[in-house]
Ligand binder design. Structure first.
Ligand SMILES: [Zn+2]
Length: 93
């Protein structure tokens, strides 16, 4: 029995393919098969997982930020700072 660690499963993606689909994945635009393949890749790949996590947090941040556009500048600045602190705290957990 050899312990060959090369990815042989044809349904699994390599890192380039996974990262290429990162934003589509985060937007939920992929079909279930591709989505599953990416989730499998992320579960197995220590290199891509943090990148996806980082982008996900970033997109959430942008989405929250969009709400702040209507707020007055002073309030916006303060909320923005609180938001960034919250994100930082979360990523440290
Ligand atoms: Zn990878």
């Amino acid at each position: 029995m050899s312990t060959d660690s090369s990815p042989t499963d044809p349904s699994s993606l390599d890192c380039d393919e996974a990262l290429e689909r990162l934003f589509e994945y985060l937007d939920g635009e992929l079909n279930e098969d591709v989505e599953k393949a990416i989730e499998q890749h992320l579960a197995a790949c220590a290199r891509c997982e943090p990148k996806f996590e980082h982008e996900r947090v970033f997109l959430q941040f942008i989405a929250k930020r969009a709400h702040l556009e209507q707020a007055p500048p002073e309030l916006r600045k303060r909320l923005l700072r609180e938001l960034m602190d919250a994100e930082r705290r979360r990523s440290n957990e």
